[in-house]
Design a binder for this molecule. Structure first.
Ligand SMILES: O=C(O)CCC(=O)C(=O)O
Length: 262
């Protein structure tokens, strides 16, 4: 595709609502096949007892994943929201097999992250078509402006550790982020979002990438493995340790179990 910048209208929509969809797919059908071949190869590297949603932060060891995170079109979109100076720091697969009962409970990302100030964008890259039928992510527009809300320990079927209590937001205004395979959505770190169980007979595979502007500092006592990879511009703050770009296409960190703090 020809590279595109976000329009002023798209930037304003994001600012008001805390998310953005509707951009043309970044990867075409053949590229999506290659993405899924890479995903399958990565899943083949999981240890016994690990599941695809344990693939977190492997952009630090896998050049294949790092290159996806550094895709120029993805970075153009992020630049349109965070400005010229920003870094990559997180990635994970959030997958749901057909008929999976796993849910991502309603939550705010920044409740989890020891990052200050709150100035981060998540790119949700669809490896499969995702829609209402196969548990696409939902957001509550505008909730990124309401500040952080207290979370409670999550229910057993949850992929995450914490969730919002009922009554802290209006679920009836939720918007489903349908995305074609190879496309992305963008969301703010404070927006309320989540996704239901996958009742369909289709896989639902998302690769989630986190970026922050260079003024954002991580509390390393809370996240000692945090590494910043400058993606655009310059890092005048030097707040965070810099990561080394991986050289091997498919390699994994020693341990990778998603920790559910209970
Ligand atoms: O994939 C999902 O359902 C949720 C993703 C999510 O929570 C996130 O990207 O922050």
């Amino acid at each position: 595709m020809t590279r595109q910048r976000l329009t002023r209208e798209q930037q304003e929509f994001y600012e008001t609502n805390g998310y953005l969809i509707g951009m043309p797919a970044i990867f075409d059908e053949q590229e999506v096949e290659q993405l899924n071949a890479g995903f399958n190869k990565t899943v083949g590297m999981l240890n016994e007892g690990e599941v695809p949603s344990d693939i977190m932060g492997w952009h630090q060891t896998s050049r294949w994943q790092y290159n996806i995170c550094a895709n120029p079109q993805i970075l153009d979109y992020v630049e349109g929201l965070l400005g010229p100076d920003f870094y990559l720091w997180g990635s994970e697969f959030i997958t749901k097999a057909p008929k999976s009962e796993k849910v991502v409970p309603w939550h705010q990302d920044s409740y989890y992250w020891p990052l200050t100030p709150h100035n981060s964008v998540t790119v949700w890259l669809a490896f499969t078509d995702v829609d209402e039928g196969n548990a696409a992510m939902k957001v509550i527009p505008g909730t990124h402006k309401g500040g952080l809300v207290q979370h409670k320990i999550a229910d057993e079927e949850s992929i995450l550790s914490f969730q919002l209590s009922d009554g802290t937001f209006r679920e009836d205004s939720a918007v489903t982020l349908s995305i074609p395979a190879g496309g992305v959505s963008l969301h703010d770190d404070a927006i309320v979002h989540g996704s239901p169980a996958n009742e369909s007979d289709r896989w639902r595979i998302g690769f989630v990438i986190r970026y922050s502007s260079t003024d954002v500092k991580c509390d390393l006592e809370k996240n000692p493995n945090f590494k910043a990879y400058l993606m655009r511009g310059e890092d005048r703050y030097q707040h965070n340790p810099q990561g080394e770009i991986p050289t091997v296409d498919f390699a994994r960190p020693e341990s990778s179990k998603r920790i559910r703090k209970r």
